[in-house]
Design a protein around this ligand. Structure first.
Ligand code: CTP
Length: 212
């Protein structure tokens, strides 16, 4: 099978030396890519900047901004049977890129931001993707109901949610605890190594694809 995975943060440049970004190590997305490549699937890994080595045997598409990630997903998604969106995409970008470094002036600085496109949310309506669609939801409260809202709004088959307010899991940690939110049920997978969760997620994704 061909599996497209987005991973890592995006970077939205403000001037030549500064950018806005999201907190994300990329570990979860890369762990899924590793696991899928080991199972002989074809992987298209579209990734923002991370410190992680590129897994062997994947087609690697490096991107920086949300706009670049959007264009890469648009180009490749219809080659995929399954698409897994683990990237932490910046929801907004600076309205203007300043060619020269912004100098200090007053005591405050107001930035104008404009909304980035919702890449996962474009898959069904704009890219006409009909394969299995899996999103992530990093939440600090009302984890299940927020994740279910995303599942419905973005046309996903599964949303994998985690509580990022907990210090012991998520972000830079090697461990995570995830809530699987399907159209008709919810299931908790207790705290485990991200590499182990990656195997579980891959297994669920291929099963979902076979039964859809
Ligand atoms: N996502 C995306 N493009 C965006 C924002 C999010 O593809 N511009 C994807 C993420 O990769 C993730 C899912 O959508 O799989 C949910 O991301 P999240 O940031 O939690 O959701 P938002 O829709 O941005 O909602 P909010 O920030 O309001 O919680």
């Amino acid at each position: 099978m061909t599996i497209l995975i987005t991973a890592g943060p995006t970077r939205e440049p403000l001037d030549p030396v500064r950018y806005l970004t999201n907190r994300s190590s990329g570990k979860m997305g890369y762990a899924i890519a590793d696991s899928a490549a080991a199972h002989q699937h074809r992987i298209i890994l579209i990734s923002g900047p991370t410190e992680i080595e590129i897994p062997d045997g994947v087609d690697f598409i490096p991107v920086e901004t949300a706009a670049e990630m959007y264009a890469a997903v648009e180009k490749y998604i219809n080659k995929a049977d399954i698409a897994i969106f683990a990237a932490a995409v910046a929801d907004y970008r600076p309205a203007e890129f300043q060619d020269q470094k912004i100098k200090k002036h007053g005591d405050t600085l107001t930035l104008e931001l404009v909304k980035n496109p919702d890449i996962l949310g474009s898959c069904r309506d704009k890219f006409h993707f009909t394969g299995t669609l899996i999103g992530f939801a990093a939440e600090t409260q009302n984890v299940e109901s927020n994740a279910r809202g995303k599942l419905e709004r973005k046309g996903c088959d599964l949303v994998i949610a985690n509580d990022v307010s907990r210090a012991d899991i998520g972000f830079d940690s090697n461990e995570n605890e995830i809530l699987l939110v399907y159209k008709d049920q919810t299931e908790l997978i207790e705290k485990a190594q991200k590499s182990h969760l990656a195997h579980i997620i891959l297994d669920l994704a291929t099963k979902l694809h076979r039964t859809s």
